[in-house]
Design a protein around this ligand. Structure first.
Ligand code: FES
Length: 200
């Protein structure tokens, strides 16, 4: 799978974890206090609690249920109920390839050597959920991939489309730094109304 935008960096400041997803894969997206981003399976290996409900403690992510702490490789390195125990290497959260570019957090569910999408210097304006599949949205613009769709005919906007479940997607809009952010935001809301067939 290609790179997929899963969040804007402004929504994941250092020390924060949020839920996200790519299709049926639930993700915990978190940022260490020193600014490194991670994308993990949103399921604690202990009893399955969502890790996105947890909290960042130092350079680790801690589960909210029993407090198991996972270091940046996804390995458990501390179990509060057994503080002297060195957890076995088998206790490990599945992790995904994750990178930041242009104010967007990008994830690939498989190892990839593809370069990150070219954003042309654009920066994020906002994210918006759309009740349409990523594939249908790409087809609307005649695009062959939904990773990034450049819309330059009426406004110079780049859409990074995140496929979600149930035939929906999240659209992350980026525009040139000098663009009127309010106009772009309004254009995006009109686009959603058009795609969903409802009044803006
Ligand atoms: S379910 Fe996560 S520590 Fe128990």
């Amino acid at each position: 799978m290609d790179w997929v935008a899963v969040a804007l960096t402004e929504d994941v400041p250092p020390g924060v974890v949020i839920p996200s997803r790519i299709e049926d894969t639930d993700l915990a997206i978190w940022c260490t206090p020193s600014g490194r981003y991670h994308a993990w399976s949103d399921r604690c290996p202990h009893r399955g609690m969502r890790l996105s409900h947890g909290f960042v403690r130092g350079e680790t992510l801690a589960c909210i249920y029993h407090g198991w702490q996972y270091n940046e490789t996804g390995s458990c390195d501390y179990i509060p109920a057994h503080p002297k125990l060195t957890p076995p290497d088998t206790i490990c959260v599945p992790t995904y390839t994750c990178a930041e570019e242009g104010g967007v957090i990008w994830v690939s569910l498989t190892d990839t050597d593809r370069p990150l999408p070219a954003l042309g210097g654009r920066t994020p304006v906002r994210s918006l959920p759309v009740n349409m599949s990523a594939a249908d949205l790409a087809a609307h613009f005649g695009a062959t991939t939904f990773t990034t769709i450049a819309v330059v005919s009426d406004v110079d906007v780049l859409l990074a489309v995140q496929p979600c479940t149930g035939g929906t997607c999240m659209v992350h809009a980026l525009a040139a730094a000098e663009a009127d952010r309010s106009s772009v935001s309004h254009w995006l809301e009109n686009l959603r109304a058009t795609l969903e067939g409802v009044p803006a």
